[in-house]
Design a protein. Structure first.
Length: 270
């Protein structure tokens, strides 16, 4: 029996209220060796989830973003029975400066397959959830049943693009004459996956995400009917720790058009 998504949601929601919202925009931040920002909220949330998940489901190992690189490698190598993959605070820079766009991401991997994904936005109290083969939900409503008609061409789409992780050979044509209507970058990968799944924008491009950045969101988008691959055309999900690029879209049709444009690096509008 897999864990209940409802039980997992309650655990994450309570922890986020206690550990994140109580500290929001009132924290001391530090810069890690890789240049990324970490706050006391990141570490407090990770400790809380590690404890709460182990108490409820002791059979699974735990991999959190704020562990050391050595711990990441050791746990990933030994986690054949099952592994919680957790980003305790995705969008730390937003969080630390008072920008209300951040999330908690939790995924369950069993034998190298994504089984559960949950991404929680504590500002909006929105919980995106998915179970492998059983669809995706936003709170109690099914994802993939969009309220408004989706665009039928790239030119009508909103794209979220993280330019700083793209090669110049790809970023230059996108900047010179983009194929989409407008572009954003919100700064919390796991929540971006979920907003894409809900059709709040329609195209996504990122040059490199870690396992805890994409694991939950990837499953949620897929179960909602969206499509994703790396820039090389491989599945985004890999149980390894190496960063993965992301090309994604809210529908298979838009994904194919987006992927074709990127592969050709075309400067002509679709």
């Amino acid at each position: 029996m897999l864990p209940s998504l409802e039980t997992l949601r309650d655990i994450v929601r309570t922890a986020a209220r206690d550990e994140l919202m109580s500290r929001f925009a009132d924290v001391t931040r530090h810069v890690k060796q890789d240049g990324s920002v970490v706050t006391e909220a990141d570490t407090a949330m990770q400790r809380r989830l590690q404890s709460d998940l182990a108490q409820r489901w002791p059979q699974y190992d735990f991999l959190g973003e704020e562990m050391s690189g050595t711990e990441h490698e050791r746990i990933a190598a030994l986690a054949g029975k099952g592994l919680w993959c957790v980003d305790p605070l995705d969008g730390t820079s937003n969080y630390a400066t008072g920008i209300p766009f951040f999330s908690v991401s939790v995924a369950l991997l069993i034998k190298g397959r994504l089984e559960l994904g949950l991404v929680y936005d504590p500002v909006r109290d929105e919980c995106f959830m998915a179970r492998h083969g059983a669809g995706a939900r936003l709170n109690d409503n099914a994802l993939g049943t969009h309220k408004l008609p989706l665009p039928d061409s790239l030119r009508r789409c909103i794209a979220v693009v993280d330019f700083k992780r793209l090669t110049s050979s790809l970023a230059a044509p996108l900047a010179a004459r983009p194929p989409y209507g407008s572009q954003r970058n919100f700064g919390a990968s796991s929540l971006e996956w979920c907003w894409l799944a809900d059709g709040r924008f329609q195209l996504y491009l990122h040059g490199g995400q870690k396992l805890w950045d994409y694991a939950g969101g990837n499953l949620i988008l897929t179960e909602a009917g969206g499509r994703a691959a790396t820039l090389e055309g491989e599945p985004v999900f890999s149980p390894g720790l190496a960063p993965r690029s992301v090309v994604a879209a809210v529908t298979p049709e838009l994904f194919c058009a987006w992927q074709d444009w990127l592969n050709n690096k075309s400067l002509s509008a679709p």
